[in-house]
Structure formats: C-alpha cells, structure tokens
Design a protein around this ligand. Structure first.
Ligand SMILES: NC(=O)c1ccc[n+]([C@@H]2O[C@H](COP(=O)([O-])OP(=O)(O)OC[C@H]3O[C@@H](n4cnc5c(N)ncnc54)[C@H](OP(=O)(O)O)[C@@H]3O)[C@@H](O)[C@H]2O)c1
Length: 315
C-alpha cells in the first residue's frame, strides 16, 4: 500500500512509519521541515495548512494517517493552546480538502484524535459506546475543558470533510509507550531512575496507555477492515491508577523508591519541565471497546508486562 503520514516525524509517526516501511508499504511522511529517507520511507514537504504540491502524494494513495499537531507537552499559555488547536484543526481540514479534490482518493483516512476527549472520571471506564465526553466535569480546573474542545474540533474537522469514497476513522489514542529516546516512556523511565517516580497527588487518577507494538497492530487492522469507521479507542484494556502504574514502572526498572509528589509539587515540576499538570492529574480511564469487538487481541494487555518489555528493549 502507499500510505501518506502527515505529521509523521514525531514519536508516534517514527514508530508507525518505521513499522509500516518494514512491512513493505510505501510510506510518505509529510513534514514542514523534511527528514531523512529510511527503508521504505520518504519525506515530502507541506505547511500543515494550505493545499500545495503535497496533495499529489494523497491523490492515488491507498491510505492517509494524519498525526500532525503541536506537541501538548508544553505550558498551557494562550499562545500554546491556540497553536495546539490550530495545528490540529487546520491540518485536518487541509488533509480533508486534499482527499475531497483527489481524482483517486485513498480508501481510508485514519485521523489522530485523543483519549483526552473523555471525561476525567474514576467510577467507570470510557468505551466508545457509553463513554462520557469531557468538558463539563464540575470538579476539575476550568482550563481542562480546552483540551476536550481541541479534541472535539479535531474530530469535527474530519467528520465535516466530504469524502464519500474514503472511510474515516478517528483514533482516540491513549499514551503510546515505545522504548524510543525522547518519547513519553523514556521521560517517565528517567524520572523513575532519578527517584522521582512516585505517585502524584495521591495517584488515584487512572492512566491509559498502549504499547507501541499494539498501536501498530491496531493501525494495521484499521487500515484493512472496511467495516470499521468513526471513533476507535487506541488503549490497552487495563488502564490503572497512577500509583499502580508508577509502581510497576519502578519494579520493571529495579528502582525501589519513588518520591511521592503533592499536586503543588507536581505544579512546580511541570513548571520546570515546561509542561502542564493536566497531563499527570486528569484521570483517563479508557478501554478499547470497538477493537475488542473487532476481535483484536493485545500482545500487551497489562501494564506490568508492557513495562518490563519496554525497559528491556530500551536498555
Ligand atoms: N504520543 C502519544 O502518546 C499520543 C497520544 C495520543 C494522541 N497523540 C497525538 O498524536 C499525534 C502524534 O503524536 P506524537 O507524540 O508523535 O507528536 P509529536 O512528536 O509532537 O509530533 C507531531 C508532529 O506534528 C507536526 N507538527 C507540529 N506542529 C505542527 C503545526 N503547527 N502544523 C503542522 N504540523 C505540526 C510535527 O511535524 P513537522 O515538524 O515535521 O512538521 C511533529 O513531528 C499528535 O497530534 C498527538 O497529539 C499522541
């Protein structure tokens, strides 16, 4: 298959483009800055907003997997929030227009979304059918609503594209755990090694995650299965409270102790790391209802097993 991956230069794109290239697909990554060609993967330029020569890559391709968006790991200043929104909505609209105008549109368009679209909750897990969309929780900081709004607008931009010949899937992804340097797992692992891998704010908040290998396998299933469209949760079936999550990571890493952090300390740490505490404190309890219904089996269903594998591969 020819697969075009806008925004494929980041953590998720690196994992996906490498794996799809190795599987023998022709992969074209769209980037604002270009990048090195690797086995089965080449780069083409776009600006993430407007139509251009890049649309020729989409015309005649078999599939598009759009991952573009400004990193959410940043201080939530107004400027950063605006850029988080615009980079996602504008790039999705640009991809939609390119597909609308293609003489031979791709068969399928997988559009990244996020598990953050669901409400902060502890009582039950969110699947696609009965999950509660966030934004109206009474007991969370008001600005958390903006992240949900980004996710909603992101999905809406895909829904609004008129692409009758192209199946559309929105990937409501949890944190993708890969052993690659610089990824979210790498950061957590380094914190744990420094003795900073303790529960944050009591650690009752749920962490949803997916091992990168399962993410790739799920994407392959979604590329193939013509009967699947709409929102699909990309998350392992066993999300767990942060305190258990971090304990399993420490055990995998062989670190006996992790300094607990209060919400206030997390705020200070986030300031130093130029990130935002929502990423740590929001309870993301998301399960892969539709993937399981589709017969998908996870190689890494439980976090302790995944953590041991990731630590082993990262070493
Ligand atoms: N990582 C996760 O665990 C996770 C979980 C759920 C959802 N997601 C979502 O999945 C997507 C990919 O995640 P990732 O971790 O690979 O992100 P990432 O490492 O930050 O990469 C995203 C890519 O988007 C492109 N980009 C950044 N700003 C842009 C802009 N203003 N306009 C157009 N393109 C822009 C960049 O490519 P160039 O600089 O090359 O143009 C960048 O490589 C993101 O949208 C993220 O929110 C990620």
């Amino acid at each position: 298959m020819k697969i075009v991956i806008p925004g494929g230069t980041g953590q998720v794109g690196g994992v996906l483009s490498r794996a799809l290239g190795e599987l023998g697909h022709e992969v074209v990554v769209l980037s604002r800055n270009g990048g090195p060609a690797t086995a089965g993967v080449r780069h083409a330029r776009w600006d993430g907003r407007s139509q251009g020569a890049w649309t020729g890559e989409i015309d005649g391709a078999d599939a598009v997997i759009n991952l573009a968006g400004r990193s959410v790991s940043c201080r939530y200043t107004k400027a950063n929030l605006d850029e988080m929104m615009a980079s996602r909505v504008d790039s999705t609209r640009a991809v939609g227009t390119a597909i609308e105008q293609a003489s031979t549109p791709p068969r399928v368009w997988l559009q990244m979304s996020t598990a953050t679209i669901y409400a902060h909750r502890f009582d039950a897990a969110n699947d696609e059918a009965s999950g509660i969309i966030g934004g109206a929780e009474p007991d969370v900081p008001g600005y958390w609503e903006f992240s949900v709004r980004i996710a909603k607008n992101w999905e809406l931009a895909q829904q609004q594209a008129a692409t009758p010949q192209t199946r559309k899937v929105a990937l409501r992804s949890a944190m993708v755990m890969s052993p690659d340097p610089g990824g979210v797992f790498d950061v957590m692992r380094r914190m744990a090694r420094l003795g900073l891998g303790g529960p944050v704010a009591g650690g009752a908040q749920y962490v949803s995650w997916i091992h990168a290998q399962d993410m790739v396998r799920a994407v392959c299933l979604l590329l193939d299965r013509d009967d699947l469209s709409g929102p699909i949760n990309l998350a392992a079936p066993n999300p767990l409270p942060h305190r258990d999550f971090i304990r399993a990571l420490r055990a995998a890493q062989g670190v006996p102790f992790g300094l607990p952090a209060t919400a206030w300390m997390a705020e200070l740490g986030a300031l130093v790391l130029r990130t935002d505490t929502e990423l740590l404190l929001k309870s993301r309890r998301v399960i892969p209802g539709r993937l399981l219904d589709a017969g998908f089996t996870f190689e890494f269903a439980d976090w302790p097993t995944a953590a041991r594998d990731l630590v082993g591969t990262a070493r």
